[in-house]
Design a protein. Sequence first.
Length: 440
Amino acid sequence: MKTIRHRGTTHFPRLVSIGTMLSLLAFSFGGCSSSVNVSTDDSVTRQSETGAISPPTFEVEAVKLLEARLPFEETSQGWVRLFDEQTLFGWEITSQTNWRVEDKSIVVDSGEPGLLCTSVAWADFELRFEYKAPVETNSGIFLRTPLEPSDPALDCYEINIAPPSNPFPTGSVVKRKKVEAGQPGSEQSPLDPEQWHLYEIKLLGGEMTLKVDGAEVCKYSDAMPLPPGRIGLQHNSGPVAFRDIRIRPLGFKALLDKDLSQWKRYPDKPGDFVVNEDGDLRVTGGRGQIESLGSYGDFAALIEAKTQSEKLNSGIFFRCIPGEDMNGYECQINHGIKDANPLAPVDCGTGGIFRREDARIVAANDREWFSMLMVADGLQMAAWVNGLQVTDWKDTRPANPNPRNGSRVAPGTIMLQAHDPTTDILFRKVDVVPLRVAAP
């Protein structure tokens, strides 16, 4: 049985003393059985040398992780899962709170008030998730938030989960706009606490639309939109559970066209980059590259590609030094695995950051179209393959203008790689949206 252990990330903006306990989650397996036994022990305190509690630990089967992949018709639109239904990979805990995973849901019911935040920031997007909470629970989801927001009227958007008697009940934007009277979540139409409820949120610039259980319940317009920030699940008071958390970034612009008009070619290099009759970019031949004319620092990129044979190697380079030989961070494309184990990638694995961080699992197959969403947010980098997050890495090296020698946050070009004479890969989508506009 192929299993992997994950430790979540606990982020304490301030040093904290020993306090409320986090559960240690252990997924145990017997023999080759497909059954999973989950044990949680709230009496266990895990203390680090700094005095802070350590995050939950997870052990999961490869097959369970791969079940969280999304259908291609969704990932081709940019949808990915923020929660893989098994672990807290890609999330950061900001307070001593018992965030955990139960029955494919993120659950919390005690500890200090605080957030469970995504490791990267998001700008414009559609977000959907389901939640379930007792009637008196006060929770919510924070958008464009710092790790420690100070006031939802100033530095974040708080989408509330709260009783109808609250000044901002479910369906409201706290301190900004209350749910419309008569809509789900309002005093006139309270929600059933025994049922799961669907939140759908669209945030584009300063325009926000909220839906609860399919009904539009609130529209809010901010004349001074907040900058990109994290998404945070809140523990305030009372139990709450979240599941099926998905996001789709908005605002992508296509970089591929039939003339490759947005790319610089290198005809002196042996690699071939040709748009075929189907409009796909076919990359073959020996080592070579094409380079975007534009530069990108913090951004999201949506890729669709297909390897044409087994064990091929390619990659997407970013924050490159213009004109140099693929001198940037590389998000790898290589679907090879060792010993038939998707948790053991060959040569970093698709979605991994080459020579920096291997993909935790190989989630794509050769000779099949796959999608990959890349997000570069300062020193933090993340990648999703077929909707499943496979990489979450922070470059902690000293700053250096050369990304081979240290961390680089300055904008750079994007390059597509022809790796060697066996390379044969199709790209039909390379779409990019800046996360932040770089200072001049």
